[in-house]
Design a protein around this ligand. Structure first.
Ligand SMILES: Cc1cc2nc3c(=O)[nH]c(=O)nc-3n(C[C@H](O)[C@H](O)[C@H](O)COP(=O)(O)OP(=O)(O)OC[C@H]3O[C@@H](n4cnc5c(N)ncnc54)[C@H](O)[C@@H]3O)c2cc1C
Length: 339
């Protein structure tokens, strides 16, 4: 009897075993040929599915694992054992569980990722901030990491030609583009009068070459032309693109358009001018309030127009809203607001 042995029951080994058994059915039935397949375990990993696990398109490992025997031909013998080595001189395969003779050997043991070949990959950040998606373990850990990914930069590094599936890296990038939220939104209530703002500082510290910062409008970034120019020139020098939505302006390292620069300076000056006017009005208001004895120092400026305790006491005594207002020298609506 001629013995055909196939090492590996992955995609290639399974397909080969099926074709052999189909084409050699008569010889197998008449015991002239035997087909044996060896693999170290009973579970097939559908590897293209590993691309979908990180993004939750496939949710769990059950989505990519299938029992091997379901796909293997009944005519073939399936041995579950680790393959130790092949001895071509004696035509023997050494398995963990014994030896196997062959007349014709098919090697379908696939290829596996070896991150240790790239210096530094297997350092302390492996599977913390550096991941692979060519293994089930890697894809699942990446899924977990992406779930808590709060925006930022994702780098796909093709360390070497991935012989297993060269198209998987660009596929991954496209899936990431569709499924991962790379945006970080900053909202700040603090005044734009200076750069001493936690959200702004956090945003500026995170931006890096190739990033784009979208800003609602120029006056949201800063209210002084000098501060604006400083921030923008620092970002541009870093290689960050800055876009102002309301003004429809874009600043990049390569944009030397003098009109954009002029417009930016004008708009920045207007923002600064507005702020100066506002401060001037505020100062005038304070002066007036002080003159009228309505300015309370250290209490945010404005004097409380109504004594709330007195309002409540008078009301409890049955005094009408209007009378309370007259008595305390405030408006009717102020009394109504307190009650
Ligand atoms: C992320 C990803 C995406 C992919 N996307 C696609 C796609 O879209 N389309 C496509 O056509 N292909 C895709 N591929 C490639 C495809 O999965 C592989 O080309 C295919 O699985 C290779 O089949 P194989 O039988 O050669 O190897 P495998 O399927 O890896 O099978 C090898 C088998 O050998 C066994 N084995 C190895 N060593 C031993 C040992 N010492 N003892 C016992 N058993 C052993 C293993 O257990 C395994 O079952 C993708 C691969 C990956 C990783």
């Amino acid at each position: 009897m001629q013995k055909i042995v196939s090492l590996g029951a992955g995609t290639a080994g399974t397909m080969m075993a099926n074709r052999l058994c189909e084409n050699l059915r008569t010889d197998i039935e008449q015991n002239r040929i035997s087909v044996t397949i060896v693999d170290e375990d009973r579970v097939h990993i559908y590897q293209p599915g590993l691309l979908f696990l990180p993004f939750g398109v496939y949710r769990s490992k059950e989505d990519v694992l299938k029992p091997r025997d379901v796909f293997l031909p009944l005519e073939a013998k399936f041995i579950v054992s680790k393959i130790e080595k092949v001895d071509p001189d004696t035509k023997k395969v050494v398995l963990h569980s014994g030896t196997l003779d062959y007349d014709l050997l098919i090697i379908a043991s696939g290829s596996r990722l070896d991150p240790s070949e790239n210096e530094g990959l297997l350092g302390p950040n492996w599977q913390k901030s550096i991941f692979d998606f060519y293994t089930l373990d890697g894809a699942l850990k990446l899924q977990r990491a992406l779930r808590s990914f709060k925006g930022g930069r994702l780098v796909l590094n093709v360390a070497e030609m991935p012989v297993k599936c060269p198209v998987a890296p660009p596929e991954f990038v496209m899936l990431a583009d569709c499924n991962v939220d790379f945006w970080k939104v900053y909202e700040e209530k603090a005044s734009g009068k200076n750069t001493d703002r936690p959200e702004l500082q956090d945003c500026l510290s995170r931006l890096d070459e190739g990033d784009t910062l979208w800003i609602h409008s120029i006056d949201r970034l800063a209210r002084s032309l000098q501060v604006l120019q400083n921030i923008i020139s620092q970002l541009i020098a870093k290689g960050v693109t800055v876009k102002f939505v309301k003004e429809n302006l874009t600043f990049t390292r390569d944009n030397h358009d003098p009109f954009t620069k002029l417009l930016f300076d004008v708009l920045g000056s207007v923002a600064e001018f507005e702020r100066n006017i506002l401060r001037e009005r505020q100062r005038e208001g304070i002066e007036k309030a002080k003159a009228a004895g309505k300015y309370a120092h250290g209490k945010g400026g404005r004097k409380k127009s109504v004594d709330r305790t007195k309002v409540r006491t008078l009301r409890e005594q049955g005094v009408s809203f209007r009378k309370i207002a007259e008595q305390l020298g405030c408006s009717l609506s102020s009394v109504q607001r307190v009650i």
